[in-house]
Design a protein around this ligand. Structure first.
Ligand code: NAP
Length: 523
């Protein structure tokens, strides 16, 4: 398949009307053909209007039809074959095995939402029977969730497949019945075009309206801001930097009709080493920590960027063991020169703090990220807010505390996080019990004795957390719960049977789980 560098608007491939950029191969340090042009404001307007026009037809499709659409996207992605993996490898510098795994995850994610639709309870159907002889009488009340409207999705740089064109945000928006206008990431535009064409083919094969999906190409702030400000857009899914996410939140809030932004931004994912676990198996925790920190050159939102423990010989030994484990990992190619540059700056900033000791730091090379491990005392950490800035890459900071109470204070002082990990043995449970209520307020996922990298795509997963880990801590961007971001409730009061949606009709024609007068039933 030839990659042409075109956007997809209304199912038609069109060249952007703005300035052009080429994809960069970070491993070969060379540009790839062809050039991708930035879409103009008129082209963004056309894509958003078409999405708005498609909404009512798309959301009126049955759950089965949308499930088939999601399955068809998966089929079309697999049908691209090795060309997709080769292009993604060239554009991201990520290895084949990782990208093949990510493709599998992307297809399974689409399938998971298809299964959710077929099961049907996602609509949260509720029926309250009328009570005509009560004073005042209670009306017949029925409620279901519907899609919010067209969703603007910003593809992430660090998952060219699973958080990109047909990733979790797109899959959950489609499942909810929302058309998607997708801003491709300029770190992998060719990969985006291939997947975008797969989605467009699925739209055609399933006979859906042409505005169901659009792919916007190019780089430049005007694309994101015009897209989020467009009146047809009703919600935003974003994964990227804190600066980018908060800028788009401000655009969304300043609209005449403000809209929700679900931005996943920055997290340092503290790992707490409780004393008994540290004493019993500090060496093996250090080994696993080094593996988690350097996996994918640390370019995961769940990277363990902070370790908290009690100061003393055991924590000192942990630092020595972790440094030794990290010594085996040299500089590795990062996703883009910009991300590598930002990483090296972040590392230099940490190393330059007078209260920070460098534990391990290999020489950095252009375009690459080498592991870095630092240490500070808890009192300095509590005084220096910059120590909790995300450094996107394989860098972490050990915070040494004088007491368990100080561990609690350090956690209390943290900004919102995606995850927190407790390394603990049974004798640590009382200390863990003290920390859990604080952690629950601070993070979206609490782990015991594992590492936060590796996010299962499942029903109970939460990949979210209080600001700034995400813009809205009530949401998750991974797992079936991700659909809730793009749904809103509608109540039907005394609406005649013939006009009610099937999900709410008497006799439960869809045979889905519903809550009738408070009780779950399929009756
Ligand atoms: P980014 O700079 O936030 O860009 C993400 C997307 O948002 C791009 O499509 C970008 O468009 C757009 N965008 C950014 N700022 C914007 C603004 N002010 N107005 C309108 N659109 C805007 O993120 P990135 O390129 O993926 O990586 C940069 C840094 O983000 C990394 O170094 C890292 O610190 C962080 N990051 C964090 C995570 C995480 O999960 N925690 C993941 C990825 C990246 P253009 O680039 O085309 O202008």
């Amino acid at each position: 398949m030839t990659i042409t560098g075109e956007a997809l608007i209304g199912g038609v491939a069109v060249k952007g009307e703005g300035s052009s950029v080429k994809a960069f191969d970070p491993s070969k340090r060379d540009y790839l053909e062809p050039a991708f042009n930035a879409v103009s404001e008129a082209q963004i307007d056309a894509a958003c209007r078409l999405a708005g026009a498609a909404f009512d037809t798309f959301r009126a499709t049955s759950d089965g039809e949308r499930a088939k659409f999601l399955d068809t996207i998966g089929e079309e992605i697999l049908a691209i074959g090795d060309e997709l993996i080769e292009r993604a490898m060239a554009e991201s510098g990520l290895p084949r095995a990782r990208l093949e795994g990510e493709r599998g995850r992307t297809v399974n994610q689409l399938k998971m939402f298809a299964d959710l639709l077929r099961e049907g309870s996602w609509r949260d159907a509720r029926l309250d029977s009328p009570i005509p002889d009560r004073t005042p009488p209670r009306p017949d009340l029925r409620m279901r969730l519907i899609g919010v409207g067209p969703v603007a999705v910003f593809a992430a740089s660090n998952f060219p497949l699973a958080f990109s064109v047909a990733g979790g945000d797109t899959a959950s928006a489609f499942a909810a019945g929302c058309p998607v206008v997708l801003k491709a990431h300029s770190a992998h535009p060719g990969t985006s075009e291939l997947v975008g064409r797969a989605v467009a083919k699925a739209v055609e094969r399933c006979g859906l309206p042409k505005g169901t999906f659009a792919l916007l190409t190019g780089t430049g702030r005007h694309i994101g801001t015009t897209l989020v400000a467009h009146p047809a857009i009703q919600a935003v899914g974003f994964t990227g930097s804190r600066a980018g996410g908060t800028a788009l939140m401000a655009v969304a809030a300043a609209r005449p009709q403000p809209i929700p932004v679900y931005a996943e931004m920055s997290s340092i994912n503290p790992v707490v080493l409780l004393p008994n676990a540290l004493k019993a198996r500090g060496d093996s925790i250090a080994q696993q920590f080094a593996g988690s920190l350097t996996m994918g050159v640390g370019q995961f939102c769940t990277n363990p960027g902070m370790v908290v423990g009690l100061a003393g010989p055991e924590l000192d030994k942990f630092a020595v063991d972790a440094a030794a484990a990290l010594a085996g990992t040299g500089p590795a190619t990062m996703l883009t020169p910009g991300i590598a540059g930002a990483y090296q700056e972040g590392v230099a900033k940490l190393a330059g703090q007078s209260c920070v000791k460098t534990v391990a730091l290999a020489n950095q090379e252009e375009g690459k990220g080498a592991p870095a491990l630092f240490q500070s005392g808890a009192s300095d950490f509590l005084k220096t807010h910059a120590l909790q800035d995300e450094v996107f890459g394989p860098a972490s900071l050990i915070v040494a505390c004088q007491s368990l109470d100080e561990v609690r204070q350090v956690i209390e002082n943290l900004e919102g996080q995606l995850t927190a990990t407790l390394q603990m043995d049974e004798a640590d449970y009382p200390a863990a019990a003290q920390l859990l209520p604080v952690l629950e307020r601070k993070v979206g996922r609490i782990l015991a004795n594992g590492f936060p990298t590796g996010v299962e795509v499942s029903t109970a997963m939460v990949h979210g957390g209080p600001f700034p880990s995400t813009a809205d801590g009530r949401s998750t961007s991974v797992g079936t719960g991700a659909i809730s971001r793009f749904l809103r409730p509608v109540c039907y009061q005394n609406i005649p049977q013939a006009l009610l949606p099937e999900a709410l009709r008497d006799g439960n024609p869809l045979q889905i789980w519903r809550r009738r007068d408070g009780a779950l039933t399929k009756e």
